[in-house]
Ligand binder design. Structure first.
Ligand SMILES: *Cc1c(COP(=O)(O)O)cnc(C)c1O
Length: 387
């Protein structure tokens, strides 16, 4: 009874099952676990955004179905933010669509542009949605390995011509989860040229462009030459404004791409709660001192953690962006083994790198989503292990 559909049976095995089981077992023993596994900000949503939400939720005009593609005021706020932040001009009416979080948009885009049997180009390691959304649309992922020797950028020259010709979409994500790598506009230019040559739509997941350190400002894909002819960028208020639970994001870029995604959405959901969109407007139009303050906090945590990990004999790069550290497993240890030992011997949860794709083997990811006292505590425990 209730035989699952093929698309669910095709889902890759859930690689964090073993860690989850161990975590529950160790927690049950009463161990004080420090969870550096999840990429969910621990800091609250800034006060002015909460106040706007409270005001908006009282207004009955916001209790009705929103417009499918997003309120004009929200889309205009997005366009204004893009112009100010990236110098990119967008037509709010045709080049912006609101999303119920960027994950929702990324998950739906293959339904608009991938036919059964079509290929998509998907980075590995990566946020799992790109591959799974491809599967749900009946497509097949061609994995582009992200390797340390290439600074975790896909090597476009390694993609066989026959694959490029069959590919409909290319997913990428910079600043990157899980590797914390960044990309410059020169790389985005190369991606745009590649996409134009092979008629591929680029879907850039830009969830972390605002979470950066030491004065670095990550670029938008849409700043690349001809980018708007070939693609779309997905943004989220989740990480920038600590709003993961609110479910609001947006996609911007090529008019036909935005229209196709909007057509799927209008048949699946009915848009973002207007009160949430109003809070989103407040966030985008507000001064960005709250973002600066959060970045200061993450930068401090980053520095404590990188230094401590190095003292413990681990190899960790100093990331320019994102709240992740991509750490090399000790010599002779797999991702799963080191994650298991950190949990059992130190009560510290990290994410094994292979869970994001096979090329992530040999690494683990730390999320800087705990207060610095907890990070220091985690480091003390790790230093007590023999790594
Ligand atoms: C957190 C995250 C998102 C999801 O953001 P939502 O807007 O909350 O859906 C998308 N992409 C990456 C790489 C993320 O880490």
């Amino acid at each position: 009874m209730f035989e699952k559909a093929e698309r669910l049976k095709q889902l890759p095995p859930y690689l964090f099952k073993e860690i989850d089981r161990k975590k529950a077992e160790i927690k049950a023993k009463g161990v004080d676990i420090i969870d550096l596994g999840v990429g969910d900000p621990d800091l609250p949503t800034p006060r002015h955004i909460i106040e706007e939400m409270k005001r908006a939720v009282e207004d009955p005009a916001n209790h009705r179905y929103p417009s499918y593609s997003g309120m004009n005021d929200f889309k205009t706020a997005v366009a204004d933010w893009y112009r100010e932040r990236f110098g990119v001009d967008l037509d709010p009416g045709r080049e912006v669509v609101s999303l119920i979080g960027s994950k929702e948009g990324l998950a739906h885009v293959p339904l608009a542009f991938v036919n059964p049997g079509d290929l998509t180009l998907v980075p590995s390691p990566a946020y799992p949605v790109y591959h799974i959304a491809t599967l749900f649309a009946g497509g097949q992922s061609y994995f582009m390995p992200l390797l340390s020797k290439n600074n975790y950028l896909p090597d476009l020259k390694e993609i066989p011509e026959s694959v490029a010709k069959q590919a409909r979409l290319l997913f990428m994500n910079y600043p990157n989860n899980p590797t914390a790598a960044v990309a410059d506009i020169a790389f985005f230019d190369r991606v745009a040229a590649f996409a134009k040559k092979y008629d591929i739509m680029v879907c850039h997941d830009a969830a972390y462009t605002e979470m950066a350190f030491d004065g670095y400002q990550p670029p938008s894909f849409l700043q690349a030459d001809g980018a708007k002819d070939v693609g779309m960028e997905f943004h989220s208020l989740s990480k920038t404004f600590n709003m993961t639970g609110w479910r609001i994001g947006f996609a911007v870029g090529n008019e036909k791409a935005v229209e196709g995604l909007g057509a799927v959405k209008s048949n699946v959901d009915s848009g973002v709660f207007q009160a949430v969109q109003m809070a989103g407007i407040k966030a985008l139009r507000g001064d960005n001192s709250c973002v600066k303050e959060m970045n200061r906090v993450y930068q401090e945590r980053r520095d404590i953690m990188v230094e401590g990990l190095r003292d413990a004999g681990l190899e960790a790069a100093v990331p320019k962006a994102t709240f992740y550290l991509w750490v090399k497993a000790p010599e002779g240890s797999t991702s799963t083994q080191i994650a298991g030992r950190l949990l059992e011997e130190a009560g510290v949860v990290v994410t094994p790198g292979n869970g994001f794709g096979e090329p992530g083997e040999g690494y683990f990811r730390i999320a800087l989503t705990q207060k610095k006292q907890r990070l220091s505590e985690a480091l003390e425990r790790i230093k007590g292990m023999r790594l």
